[in-house]
Design a protein around this ligand. Structure first.
Ligand code: UD1
Ligand code: UDP
Length: 359
């Protein structure tokens, strides 16, 4: 069986690390990796292949950055050629990025079966580019591999129940797989002179936050206020660096803005933080895996379980709500829970077993 894995953005390299490792264990499956080139800086791409052992791509479509149509169009054109050449039995796509969309569109027009990892997530906000990508990917995929019961329900509501399979979340696999290695390979606390439990970790990159001056200003104001109480470490996505410059915003001295870090350093920065402040999908889940309170600077979340269990507060980009949530978490830790809404850390094996049986 030949599977073409299509990846292109940071979280997809991480998710693929778990699934590709599982594919490599099966003699009956051959994997060909196609990198769309959506992310290309060393610290947004190559670092994950190196440190997580993701098989390097056979093809890089070099789509680069651009407007949505331009970026997706470039990927689509190049992808079609590669898929025609490789003739895979199946295409494997991840998440909800433009790379997911292009991979799904190209494969469906060529009648190649598609399996979609992290299918069925919904924010019910069609202003998010990711929401459009997910809806199209789920509706075109033959197999929708779901992380949560919520995702299964979302697909059933769209009459896609027959294609949906509950496998758990591959990011939980990664969190378990790489935790020990992280401790052996790096020491970001020492590198950045941080003290365990004495700093907040922040990330921000969502288009709805970065591309809107009012929202980004609200976020930066809140972070500056929080930095009066604690050090804030901020591995900054290049998109946000660009907009902070464009809007002329500035960060206080106690906000340590650094380049994006590798996954192994990120695990340790997350685990040792007092609180995580983010608009990332993946990081909301990771905060929950490590039981670190999380403040989500979005108006809604797909990862509703983290909120229901008390570990995640949704604040939007409102500086008052962000700082109030920080104060609440500083005063009282969320309730302990042994709930496992994201599976048991064996999702990658479930995915590959399922796909192999389809042949
Ligand atoms: C994309 C995904 C988003 C995902 C995120 C993960 C879409 C629509 N969005 O958002 O769902 O959460 O990846 O990180 O697919 N840039 C660089 N170097 C890079 C990559 C990007 O400088 O290696 C800068 C460029 O200025 C680019 C901007 O970041 O225009 C945005 O990159 P892009 O891939 O279009 O979207 P992301 O915000 O990364
Ligand atoms: N991540 C990382 N280094 C960073 C920021 C994030 O390794 O500097 C990891 C993070 O731990 C998580 C994933 O990247 O596993 C999340 O990616 P991102 O926030 O870019 O995208 P999203 O999950 O929102 O789509």
């Amino acid at each position: 069986m030949k599977i073409c894995t299509i990846i292109g953005a940071r979280p997809q390299f991480i998710k693929a690390a778990a699934v590709s490792a599982e594919i490599a264990r099966r003699k009956a499956v051959k994997e060909v990796v196609i990198h769309t080139g959506q992310h290309y800086d060393h610290e947004m791409s190559e670092i994950f292949f190196r440190e997580l052992g993701v098989p390097h791509e056979k093809y890089n479509l070099e789509a680069g950055s651009g407007l949505h149509g331009q970026q997706t169009g470039k990927m689509l054109e190049a992808m079609e050629k590669v898929l025609l050449k490789e003739k895979p039995d199946m295409v494997l796509v991840y998440g909800d990025t433009n790379s997911t969309l292009a991979g799904t569109l190209a494969a469906s027009k060529l009648h190649i079966p598609i399996a979609h990892v992290e299918a069925g997530m919904r924010s019910f906000n069609r202003k998010m580019p990711e929401e459009i990508n997910r809806i199209v990917a789920d509706h075109l995929s033959d197999v929708n591999l779901c992380s949560t019961i919520t995702a299964m329900k979302n697909l059933a509501d769209e009459n896609l129940g027959k294609s949906a399979v509950l496998v758990g979340d591959v990011m939980y696999d990664c969190a378990i797989m790489f935790a020990e290695l992280a401790g052996k390979r790096c020491d970001p606390l020492r590198r950045l002179s941080l003290v365990k439990g004495k700093y907040a970790l922040m990330t921000c990159h969502r288009a709805e936050n970065t591309d809107d001056k009012k929202r980004l200003t609200g976020i930066i104001d809140a972070i500056n206020m929080i930095s009066r109480k604690t050090t804030v470490v901020y591995p900054a996505h290049p998109r946000t660096v660009k907009f902070i410059g464009k809007y002329g915003l500035s960060l206080s001295k106690n906000v340590r803005i650094i380049k994006p870090v590798g996954y192994l350093e990120m695990i340790l920065l997350e685990k040792n933080a007092s609180v995580i402040i983010t608009d990332s999908g993946g990081i909301q889940k990771e905060a929950f895996f490590y039981r670190i309170p999380c403040i989500t600077m979005r108006d809604e979340t797909e990862w509703v379980e983290t909120v229901k269990l008390g570990w995640n507060r949704i604040t939007g980009a409102d500086s008052t709500k962000i700082t109030a949530s920080f104060a609440k978490f500083a005063g009282k830790k969320p309730p302990a829970t042994s709930a496992k809404p994201y599976g048991n850390g064996k999702s990658a094996a479930k995915i590959v077993n399922y796909l192999v049986k389809l042949r």
